[in-house]
Design a protein around this ligand. Structure first.
Ligand code: MLT
Length: 316
């Protein structure tokens, strides 16, 4: 079936817009662009969905992104190609345990990564994404606040190192970024000595230490454009290559090596949940939203809206 053509028509018929993450497969990103949707990181996806006039958002990403959209725009219908697309950071931070952790440190400001459930967001004082985490923690540190950080321990460790803020961490990680390894990366650097290394800070600190540029997806895409190098070794989900190649057609991009190389790695530089956002699933969600629509509890929504609103105001 020509799902692309059908989806294009359905988007018009249903007054819907496709909001896709940089980590989805190239054909999904291309379709979002062709249909006037957006391809972005989670911060910009949230903003785009909030400001766009469509009454239905199709969020091609992982579940927390759909929940964020629903928190910000409760009057819109928020559909996801599949509600099974989750995130290891979200799964690794259940609300009951996170509440206990926060209760043990009531004096600390709770700063939570966007890759979490609405309930965890509602418990937080601040939400951050990797695009604004450093600035927000810097700001809180300057105010003399001490921080309880969750759930990504690698991103937390990177921020702690950069800011010297007083932070305690939840023990979570992204299964994709956790796989990047220094030895293999060093070997690859030796093969491509003129390549710049771009690393997402959800990677372990020793991998970050090998980077020429560290940042969120949007920051790494900008670095690929701005840096004079012709070659780049990229340590983040390979979905990002679509945008990098589109913006820098003359440059060459290589995937940073992951632990198992092939058969044994858990993610092989591509998030298995992001990969669930196929054309058929998008098509089906537009035909019948049953079982694919995001709902959030009203009380949790109000709590999460406060912490999300702080982030959006701060990074406006
Ligand atoms: C996000 O915020 O979308 C993810 O952390 C990936 C990124 O943009 O760095």
């Amino acid at each position: 079936a020509d799902y692309k053509a059908k989806i294009k028509q359905l988007l018009i018929d249903k007054n819907a817009v496709l909001v896709a993450h940089y980590y989805t497969d190239p054909e999904i990103q291309a379709l979002a662009e062709e249909t006037g949707g957006c391809v972005a990181d989670s911060l910009e996806m949230a903003r785009f969905g909030k400001e766009h006039p469509a009454t239905t958002l199709i969020v091609a990403g992982v579940k927390f992104m759909g929940e964020t959209a629903k928190v910000l725009t409760p009057h819109k219908t928020v559909l996801m190609p599949t509600l099974e697309a989750t995130c290891s950071l979200d799964l690794g931070c259940p609300i009951e345990e996170f509440n206990n952790f926060c209760d043990q440190h009531p004096e600390r400001t709770v700063v939570v990564y966007a890759n979490t459930s609405t309930a965890v967001k509602a418990r937080a004082d601040w939400i951050v994404t990797s695009s604004c985490a450093l600035e927000i923690v810097e700001h809180l540190d300057e105010q003399g606040e001490t921080i309880l950080w969750g759930p990504d321990k690698h991103l937390g460790a990177y921020i702690e190192k950069q800011t010297d803020a007083d932070m305690i961490m939840w023990d979570g990680a992204c299964i994709v970024h956790d796989e990047f390894k220094t030895k293999a990366l060093n070997d690859m650097k030796a093969l491509h000595p003129d390549a710049a290394v771009l690393v997402h800070p959800e990677s372990p600190l020793d991998v970050v230490a090998l980077a020429d540029a560290v940042g969120s997806t949007s920051q790494l895409i900008k670095a690929a454009q701005d840096m004079p190098n012709q070659k780049f070794i990229v340590a983040t989900d390979r979905g990002i290559f679509y945008k990098m190649q589109q913006l820098c057609p003359d440059k060459e991009f290589f995937e940073a090596p992951t632990a198992g190389e092939g058969a044994t790695c858990r993610s092989c530089a591509h998030c298995p949940w992001m990969a669930m956002n196929g054309l058929k699933a998008i098509h089906d969600s537009l035909i019948d939203g049953e079982g694919r629509e995001i709902f959030v509890d009203n009380e949790l929504r109000e709590g999460a809206l406060k912490s999300l609103g702080r982030m959006l105001d701060f990074s406006a």
